[in-house]
Design a protein around this ligand. Structure first.
Ligand SMILES: NC(=O)c1ccc[n+]([C@@H]2O[C@H](COP(=O)([O-])OP(=O)(O)OC[C@H]3O[C@@H](n4cnc5c(N)ncnc54)[C@H](O)[C@@H]3O)[C@@H](O)[C@H]2O)c1
Length: 245
């Protein structure tokens, strides 16, 4: 059993489902303790090294409370995985300000707030790491996805800035750019729209949708000592989707 993260402690937001859950399982298997932060009332699985906090990452005061709880439960925060996110919205012409603000506040504002709150703990770590979950929509855009696309472009800018500001303290900051991954966010489209799976499978050089483990593997690598000189990077994990016209 690999033990790349023995004794290290992680916060994984949105860790109860999809990419966050697969990441949590991988980090636990590598010897880390993990505190999941999620909206759901209870953890979807149990593990000796797993802690669970029910919280909305975008609620006022959440960020400081999340970091304080993690320090109480685990003693340290070495890894911050800002993964919680939501899709939704409409064309800009019809978008309500409330929906715009909710998507931006969950997908981007909360990442800023939690990163800021975690900086003192990350500075105290021997391997401080921030991983933010962007998207192929950190580079691309699609009609009807204005708020989501804006939030994920923001993840790119915020992560590069964090990398520059925290590099002098030995902390790396990177973002992952998943393609179409089979998770809670995409399952309704997979189930109800046969064109969805077909479109993304055809676009992928590997001829399949991504699975949460594909992203967890990439996150895990960026957290290892071997990835210590990688920072300010957007790692595309999309099965080759982005290079297809
Ligand atoms: N699935 C994809 O195809 C895909 C592609 C690109 C990027 N992403 C990104 O991956 C991340 C994870 O999504 P997923 O695909 O695993 O979806 P998912 O729905 O399976 O998991 C998201 C988790 O985040 C939690 N969450 C949502 N809002 C929250 C909030 N305000 N506070 C706390 N927890 C909250 C949910 O309860 C859920 O457990 C998101 O940031 C998403 O934008 C997903």
């Amino acid at each position: 059993m690999p033990t790349n993260h023995l004794g290290l402690c992680a916060i994984v937001t949105g860790g109860n489902s999809g990419i966050g859950k697969a990441t949590t399982e991988r980090l636990l298997a590598e010897g880390a303790q993990v505190m999941i932060v999620d909206l759901q009332a209870d953890a979807s699985f149990r593990d000796e090294g797993l802690h669970y906090l029910q919280a909305d990452v975008a609620a006022s005061g959440s960020a400081k409370m999340i970091v304080a709880t993690a320090l109480d439960l685990m003693g340290d925060v070495d890894f911050l995985i800002n993964n919680a996110g939501m899709v939704g919205g409409t064309d800009v012409a019809d978008m309500t300000t409330e929906i715009w603000h909710r998507i931006i506040s969950v997908n981007l504002d909360a990442v800023f707030q939690l990163s800021q709150a975690a900086i003192p703990a990350l500075k105290a770590s021997s391997r401080g790491r921030i991983i933010n979950i962007g998207s192929i929509m950190s580079d691309l855009a699609g009609p009807g996805m204005g708020a989501y696309t804006t939030s994920k472009h923001g993840i790119a800018g915020l992560t590069k800035t964090l990398a520059l500001e925290l590099g002098p303290f030995g902390i790396t900051a990177n973002y992952i750019q998943p393609g179409a991954i089979q998770t809670g966010i995409t399952q309704p489209a997979i189930d109800n729209d046969p064109g969805f799976s077909h479109f993304w499978t055809e676009k992928s050089a590997l001829g399949r949708l991504g699975q949460p483990k594909d992203i967890a593997n990439a996150i895990n690598f960026l957290l290892t000592e071997d990835a210590g000189f990688i920072t300010a990077h957007g790692l595309v994990v999309d099965g080759g989707v982005m290079v297809t016209p």
